[in-house]
Design a protein around this ligand. Structure first.
Ligand code: IMP
Ligand code: MG
Length: 181
């Protein structure tokens, strides 16, 4: 695999598609066992989580539903700290087990705000599934339940993750070169 460039920045291969997909299958298996007969509602956080949510949902082997919400907190390679809700939830989630599906938990502000908003609607439970987790960047009291990969606080792109809207269609995950080991 080769390096890629976006907006004048160079990125190098970090996690291969095969490894991503194998890990998502493992998460789906655990979720399938834990939610058997409970009919969970997956809430995919757009835009970044759609490839992960798709792969995860397709591999869950029990009755489940999926819906989508849209939030935005990043500009360039840093979080703005302000979470904007671009598209809200239309379903009634009262009494239902909800699994929020995120691409990445960085500072945790996005997911923290979202989980609190969802809990106010009285679901049976709210759990968090995230493809990537940067524990060292965390500044909220957030504890993701299903984590694909825990990574250092590096800026990454691909498999849904973007740099100002670009690079979401990369099949593998890449890391900003200057920060690579
Ligand atoms: P948080 O609110 O700081 O946890 O940020 C969460 C959101 O920021 C994620 O849903 C991503 O959209 C974005 N984000 C965080 N880290 C990265 C990264 O390394 N690359 C691309 N987007 C990121
Ligand atoms: Mg996101």
């Amino acid at each position: 695999m080769k390096q890629v460039r976006y907006n004048g920045l160079t990125f190098e291969p970090y996690i291969e598609r095969e490894k991503i997909q194998a890990r998502i299958k493992e998460l789906a298996k655990v979720i399938t066992e834990e939610y058997e007969g409970k009919r969970p509602l997956f809430v995919c956080v757009l835009n970044g989580a759609f490839p992960f949510a798709s792969e995860l949902f397709l591999n869950v082997d029990t009755d489940a539903e999926i819906t989508f919400i849209r939030l935005k907190s990043y500009e360039g390679t840093a979080s703005t700290g302000v979470v904007k809700e671009m598209m809200g939830l239309s379903e009634n989630i009262e009494g239902r087990p909800v699994i929020v599906v995120e691409d990445i938990v960085d500072t945790g502000k996005t997911i923290d705000r979202l989980v609190n908003t969802l809990k106010a609607k009285n679901p049976a439970s709210v759990k968090i599934a995230t493809l990537l987790f940067k524990p060292q960047s965390l500044c909220c009291d957030v504890n993701p339940d299903y984590v694909g990969f825990s990574i250092p606080p590096k800026f990454i792109i691909g498999y849904g993750l973007d740099l100002d809207g670009l690079a979401r269609n990369l099949q593998d995950i890449y890391v900003l070169k200057e920060q690579a080991d």
